[in-house]
Design a binder for this molecule. Sequence first.
Ligand code: UDP
Ligand code: MG
Length: 314
Amino acid sequence: MKKDLITCVIPCYNESKVLDKFYSEITKIAANMNSVDFEFLFVDDGSSDSTLSDIKKLAEGDQRVKYVSFSRNFGKEAGMLAGLSNSHGDYVVIMDADLQDPPALIPDMYNILINEDYDCVGSRRVTRKGEPPIRSLFARLFYKIINRMSDTEIVDGARDFQMMKRSVVNAILSLGEYNRFSKGIFGWVGFKRKWLEYENIERAAGETKWSFASLTIYALDGIMAFSTAPLVLASILGLICFIMAIILIIFIIVKTLIFGDPTTGWPSLACLILMLSGIQLLCIGILGQYLSKIYLETKKRPIYIIKESNTDSN
Ligand code: UDP
Ligand code: MG
C-alpha cells in the first residue's frame, strides 16, 4: 500500500542560525514515523543571510528536502501560500523554522487526522511566556476586537502551526485574495478542527521578525480583511451627530425665545467644528483604507515571485 506523504511547509526569513537545529529535530521525528513519507518544503522568503545556501546544502544530502526561493522578502503570508501551493503531501503541516512550533506534536496531529473525525489539527499557545507584557496585552485586545467585528472566528493564541488534510489545503488555495490574513482564512474555510494546546516556547536562536509596529499594521490589515464593521462606524457617527444637532437646535431656539440672543458661544462653536471635521476625516480615512485594499486587489499582482526552486511544479 502507498504510504501517506506529509509535507512540512517551513517559511524561512533569515533563519540560518537555527536551520540545522530545526532540520535535525524534524528528521528525528520523521525517523520515528515509519508509516509515512515526508517532504520538507522550505520557503526562503528572500533572506539576506545564508539561509538559501544552507537549505540547498540540506537538499544535496536529503532528497526529501525541497525549496522555493523568493526574489525578495514577501512576508510570511506569501511564504505559507507558496508552501501550500507547491506541496504534494496528503497531509500538510505549516511550521516555523525557529522551533517555537514543537515538531514533537506532528505524530499526535497525524494520528488525530487518521483516527478521528477531523480535517485539521491546529495548535494554540495557552501562555505567552517570554513575550513582552505590553505585546500580550495588545494581542489579547486585538482578538477581542476582531471577534466582535467579524463573523469569522479568529481564535486567540492560535498559531499558524497546524496539520491539514489535502481537502483543506485545496480550499485555502481556492481563495485568491491579495491581502491574505491566514488566521482569518483558516477559520473562514471551515472544516472540523481540533486544537492542541501547549505552553509558549521561546525561539531556539535568531530573532523575531515582528516589531510592535509591524504587528499593529498586521492587526489592522486583519480587521479590514475580515470585517466591514469600521465602515458602519461612519454611519453611526453621522447619526449620532445628526441627533445631537437636532437636540441643540431645539435647545437654542427655546433659549433664544426665553432669554433673547446675546452673542456668546464662539469657543463652543470652534470646538464643534473641530470635532465634526475630525469625525469626517476619520470616516474618510476608513473609506480610504478599504479603497486602497480594493486598489491592490484589482491590480492582480502575484502574491510572490519565485526566483528558484527544486520542486517539480515550477
Ligand atoms: N518569516 C517569513 N517571512 C517574514 C517573516 C517571518 O517567512 O517576512 C518566517 C520566519 O522565518 C519564521 C516564521 O515566519 O519561520 C515566524 O517568524 P518569527 O519567529 O519571526 O515570528 P514570531 O514567532 O516571533 O511570531
Ligand atoms: Mg518565532
